[in-house]
Each structure stands twice: as structure tokens, then as C-alpha cells.
Design a protein around this ligand. Structure first.
Ligand code: SF4
Length: 331
């Protein structure tokens, strides 16, 4: 382990220990005790066949794909089929949270709002949301969501800031508008070193209650400097977690599934494909059988952040998939 990693691990361990102890106190106080002897609390991530986006960020393959009417229709049908299947199974399988993680932008399409509205209306699902660039019309989209019986208090958004396509002002204003509409969300961006000042400005424009995460930049062909780490850490108190090397351990992942449009399942967004299918047999078994994740490291938030580890719930509540911390300012 090099000095930088060693230093990061120590600071993270300290932070985690403090958070656990504070959360244990506050949870004991309000009678909650995450994970202890309870029914499983399961999470499903869904990715449709959509591979397109209304943004044209230079680095992104989905901005180049022109989607046909037929492809959109397929995506719509597959999404509704999935929503129906989830409605049938959520209660029996203790599925409490759903997150849509599209390739491209899903929330500009009305059927996603219709589906999320219909699903959040049911008691079994306690929270449902999607990753988005926030470019959808809030007024039109929430109207559809409401029209289909959606429970706004269950809706969660994971808003990604794309500085090539929008400004800090516009993005922050949309986040604030959605909070006023009663929607919980997190916001975030890739930790491009050249964008530090911009992201600090965005942090200043957002209210404290909205957590701004920074993802490590995968294409950066060098380690972050100490100064860059310090600056990103000042924006995102959990940026340390992005820099750890977390060895894969599938035993910590039995309470989640990643489902694709045609029903193929894998354990998480980065794990290897399996031969199992959401539509092909006993869904309960999907949560209980090993799929061999075939990864060496859990190398992104949706991988490491959803493992059944006390710290994840202590930091991000009962459904860490939405990346909304109990304490947005960190420990
Ligand atoms: S790569 Fe995914 S499935 Fe494998 S251990 Fe990590 S989080 Fe779990």
C-alpha cells in the first residue's frame, strides 16, 4: 500500500468509526436498527434498452447514437413489462427500492414518469428513482408522475452535472426547484481536475441539504495530487471512498440485482453476466444463488456503495443506492 492510499484509508476508517457510533446512538434513540435480524431489504437496478441522450457531451458514446422510433417503442414496452413484474413481486421478495440507471437519459421520456408514478403508489416499494441529467421539464414530468398516482415523497433523483451542456446556475436552480416540489435528490459530477473551481462554485450554489458527490475520473491517467484530493474532499466529504481499492466479495451483494430490458440479470452494474433471467423462473432464487461476479474490485459507487456493510447504511440510510446521505455535510 502506498503512502497516499495508507493515509486515505486511515482517514476513512476514522470517519467511518465516528459515523457508525453517531448513527448507532441516533438510531437507538429512534428505535431503528438497520440490518439487525430484520427481513432482507432488497434493491433492484433497472437498465432499459435505451442508449441515447439529448446531451452531446464530447466523451460520451450515447450522445452519438440516433435512436429510432422502433427502439423507443421497444424501450417503452420493456419498461412497462418490468414495472408490472416488479409490482407483482416487490412485496413477496422484500424489494424496497428501485433505481433506473439508463445508458443515456431516460427521464425525457414520459413513460418513465408514468412507470415511476405507478410503482411508488404501491406500498411495497418504499423508494424509486433514476439517474438523470435533469434536462426534463419538471412541470410536465411531475404532472405525469402525479397523474399516475405517484408518491412524491418516495421519488429519488440522482442528478449528474454535465458542465459541457449546462451551467452551474441552471443546474443548481433545477435542483432547488425539485426540492421545493418535495423531491429528494443528490447531485454530482466527475472529478475532472480542471473543473475543481467550477464544482466548488456549484457546491456554493446548492443548499447544504443537497449532497454533491464527486466520482473519481476513470480516464485520468495519473493519480490525483494531494492538493486535488484535498479540494475534491472539501466539496464531497466522502470523496476518499472513491479512491479506495475495495476487493470484490459477492457474499455482500445478495440483496441486490441488476436487471436489463430483456430480463437478463447480473448481481451489480459492473459484475459479469449470468445465464439467469428475471422473467424465467423463481425470482426469489435470483437473490439467493451465487452468480460469480467475476470482478476483482468493486470500483464505482453503485458497486461498493450497495454492499451489505454497516457503513453504507450508516452513511446513506436504508437505501444507499440513491446516494442521499443521512448527513449531507459528512461526519
Ligand atoms: S463487483 Fe459488484 S457484485 Fe461483485 S462484489 Fe463488487 S459490488 Fe458485489
Amino acid at each position: 500500500m502506498d503512502r497516499q492510499t495508507d493515509r486515505l484509508c486511515s482517514s476513512l476508517k476514522r470517519c467511518e468509526a465516528e459515523t457508525k457510533s453517531r448513527c448507532a446512538d441516533s438510531l437507538a434513540h429512534c428505535g431503528e436498527n438497520p440490518g439487525a435480524g430484520q427481513d432482507p431489504r432488497r434493491t433492484v437496478l433497472y437498465r432499459g434498452s435505451l442508449k441515447s441522450c439529448n446531451y452531446q457531451c464530447s466523451y460520451c458514446p450515447f450522445s452519438k447514437h440516433r435512436i429510432s422510433k422502433r427502439e423507443l417503442e421497444d424501450d417503452r414496452e420493456q419498461w412497462f413489462r418490468f414495472c408490472e413484474s416488479l409490482r407483482e413481486s416487490a412485496e413477496d421478495l422484500s424489494i424496497r427500492a428501485l433505481m433506473v440507471v439508463p445508458y443515456g437519459e431516460a427521464l425525457i421520456h414520459p413513460w418513465y414518469w408514468e412507470g415511476l408514478g405507478g410503482l411508488t403508489k404501491w406500498d411495497a416499494l418504499e423508494a424509486a428513482g433514476a439517474q438523470t441529467n435533469l434536462s426534463f421539464s419538471a412541470e410536465r414530468s411531475l404532472k405525469i408522475f402525479d397523474q399516475f398516482g405517484g408518491a412524491r415523497e418516495k421519488l429519488r433523483l440522482w442528478a449528474s452535472f454535465h458542465p459541457e451542456m449546462t451551467t452551474c446556475e441552471e443546474f443548481a436552480a433545477k435542483c432547488i426547484r425539485l426540492r421545493r416540489e418535495g423531491i429528494l435528490l443528490c447531485a454530482g459530477a466527475v472529478g475532472v481536475p480542471g473543473n475543481v473551481d467550477l464544482l466548488r462554485r456549484l457546491r456554493e450554489m446548492l443548499p447544504d441539504e443537497i449532497y454533491l458527490w464527486i466520482n473519481k475520473m476513470d480516464g485520468l491517467k495519473r493519480p490525483y495530487t494531494e492538493e486535488e484530493i484535498r479540494l475534491f474532499q472539501s466539496i464531497d466529504p466522502y470523496f476518499d471512498r472513491e479512491l479506495r481499492h475495495v476487493p470484490a466479495d459477492e457474499r455482500l451483494c445478495f440483496n441486490r440485482l441488476f436487471v436489463e430490458a430483456d430480463g437478463k440479470v447480473r448481481r451489480c452494474n459492473i459484475s459479469g453476466a449470468s445465464d439467469k433471467n428475471w422473467y424465467g423462473g423463481h425470482r426469489k432464487d435470483l437473490f439467493e444463488e451465487s452468480f460469480l461476479c467475476r470482478r476483482k474490485w468493486c470500483s464505482c459507487y453503485l458497486a461498493y456503495g450497495l454492499r451489505e456493510e454497516e457503513t453504507n447504511q450508516a452513511l446513506f440510510g436504508p437505501d444507499p443506492v440513491f446516494r442521499i446521505p443521512r448527513r449531507p455535510g459528512g461526519c
